[in-house]
Every structure is written in C-alpha cells, then in structure tokens.
Design a protein around this ligand. Structure first.
Ligand SMILES: NC(=O)c1ccc[n+]([C@@H]2O[C@H](COP(=O)([O-])OP(=O)(O)OC[C@H]3O[C@@H](n4cnc5c(N)ncnc54)[C@H](OP(=O)(O)O)[C@@H]3O)[C@@H](O)[C@H]2O)c1
Length: 281
C-alpha cells in the first residue's frame, strides 16, 4: 500500500503531486515547535477507505483529504463537525482519544479568514459565486452565516439549484439565471470553478461589477496568473486576489484542530508568494 512509519499526518488525493500542503505544514511545525511529520499520499480511485484504515491503524493522527475524495470521506468518519455536516464534505480528519475519527471542513473558514485578512468582505455584502462544485459546498455556510447574500452562477444550472435548495435554510441564496431581474453590482465575485484555460469570462456582464468597489477572489492559485486573475487585470479591477491565502488558512485551521494552536499565517503566505514570483522569473 504505502509506508507510513515516518509520518503521522498526511494529505490524501488523486492527483496529489501538485499539493503544497506538506510545505505549508512544515512551516507550521517549525514555527510552533510541534512535531508534525506530514506527507502527501496518492490514493488510487476506489481505495480511499482502505488507505485511511491502514493509516489510522498504523501511526496516523490526522489527515487532509483533497479532490476527488472530499464527499466520500465523510462516510469514513464517526463524527462530523457542524460545518462538515452542513457541507456534506470533509477535508480534515482527526483521530480522537477514543480512536474515533472526527471529520471537519476547513475550506469555508479558510476562505472567510482570508477575505477578512484582505478586507474583501463585510456583513450584508452581495456575493456572486462562479461555480457549484465541491469547494462551494464548503464555503456557502460560512458566507451565509457571516450575513452575506449569495448568487450562484454555474455552467450546469441543475448543480447550482441543488446547492440553493440545500443551503437556503441558512440565509439568502439564489441561482443567477439569464432572466434574473437587474442586479446592482456585486460587492464580491468569487471564482470557484476548476481552473480553466479558455477565456470564458464574457459570461459576466459588466453591469455585475463596479471596478472601483467590487472585490474579485479566485480560489485557485498557481505560479502564473490564472485566467480569472488575468481577466481582473485586463478589466482594471481595483481589488483582486488569488486563493493562496485560503490555502494557507484552511491548512492552519486543520493544524488548529489537531494541535489546538493557530500558527502565524502572514509569514507563510509571504514565503509562498515570494517562492511563486521567484519561480515565475
Ligand atoms: N485555495 C484553496 O484552498 C482551495 C481549496 C479547495 C479547492 N480549491 C480549488 O477550487 C477549484 C474548484 O474545486 P472543486 O472541488 O469545487 O471542483 P469540482 O467539484 O470539480 O467543481 C468544478 C466547478 O467548475 C465548473 N467548471 C469546470 N469546468 C468548467 C468549464 N470549462 N466552464 C465552466 N465551468 C466549469 C463546474 O461546473 P459544472 O457544475 O457545470 O460541471 C463546477 O462548478 C479547484 O481548482 C481547486 O483546486 C482551492
């Protein structure tokens, strides 16, 4: 299967070679002086449970779960936090003292923490989310509980409608359709679609944003600017960011669940950003 004698924490996914989680957790471990050996594990499709069982029966204490396993991983857990229960998806597992597995979802709190750090969010903001996939499941409850209203625009309307019917008990959430009556500009537009290379951004009419006031956030992050960030630059947006901060925050909230200590975020974001800009040269 895989050797796990020398680590107690790991991220499980497929593919997994792109992940930055081991680097981020190494920074957290050094910063807090907590012994926290963390590796990335590639899991064949249909093998998640056998891999997790093996890991937690060996010396596994905590795991992160990434695509495509976040939704099925919740059935591996004996208990779920409220936010994981509502999202129906988990990205963090913790072995409890009684040997049971607790599942959590830190994607949403990771995004909300980064939006607050950037000063990109206020209560009662009107938010447009592009996409209706796994990551959106994790971010809706924190955004709605914060007091924002949310519209979802997605290629497959049915997927957006499913999310709206699941989450409308938690706040003001709607599907954005072509015939939706005129909307004043959104305060925040979040791109939560898989990073796509084609220029498809003419689907956002310019009446949906105000260059001076609208904040643009891409949950994706990569060495070179994503298509969405290129578009933000192209239209002359004042406030835009990629998702590197969300990535570090969601990892920090996992670290907190495991060790009850919140690492310092800003220095890790700075190091990753510098590494990115160095790699770009
Ligand atoms: N920064 C972070 O910490 C963080 C955390 C988690 C995830 N992410 C990133 O978030 C992104 C989304 O992840 P996910 O788990 O939600 O993925 P997912 O479940 O596969 O959902 C993908 C979404 O993108 C849309 N989409 C895909 N290809 C498209 C295309 N060609 N044109 C228009 N829409 C398209 C899909 O629309 P349909 O419904 O029509 O298929 C769906 O809404 C990933 O790139 C992931 O790396 C970042």
């Amino acid at each position: 299967m895989f050797r796990c004698q020398d680590f107690n924490y790991a991220v499980f996914g497929n593919p997994i070679n792109h992940t930055k989680s081991p680097v981020i957790h190494k920074f957290f471990s050094e910063q807090t002086n907590i012994f926290h050996p963390y590796k990335a594990v590639h899991v064949p499709l249909n093998s998640l449970y056998s891999y997790l069982r093996f890991f937690f029966k060996s010396n596994g204490c905590g795991a992160n779960i990434t695509a495509p396993f976040k939704q099925e991983a919740r059935f591996f857990c004996n208990q779920l936090t409220k936010r994981a229960q509502i999202a129906q998806s988990v990205n963090t597992l913790k072995k409890l003292d009684n040997q049971e597995i607790l599942g959590d979802n830190t994607d949403g709190i990771g995004l909300l923490s980064d939006l607050k750090r950037l000063n990109f969010i206020k209560k009662r903001y009107s938010i447009l989310i592009l996409g209706a996939g796994g990551v959106v499941r994790g971010i809706l409850f924190p955004l709605l509980s914060f007091g924002c209203s949310v519209y979802i625009l997605n290629r497959t309307i049915k997927n957006a409608e499913k999310l709206v019917s699941q989450f409308n008990q938690y706040g003001d959430i709607r599907v954005l359709k072509e015939n939706t009556s005129k909307i004043e500009y959104f305060d925040l537009i979040i791109n939560a679609r898989t990073n796509i290379s084609e220029e498809t951004y003419n689907i956002i009419p310019s009446s949906f944003f105000c260059l001076k006031n609208t904040h643009f956030y891409d949950v994706n992050y990569q060495k070179n600017n994503s298509c969405f960030i290129k578009w933000c630059i192209h239209i002359g947006a004042n406030f835009f960011s990629d998702g590197i901060g969300m990535l570090v925050f969601q990892a920090a909230h996992s670290f907190f669940l495991w060790h009850n200590i919140m690492p310092d975020i800003d220095c890790v974001i700075d190091i990753l950003k510098k590494a990115h800009s160095f790699e770009k040269k």
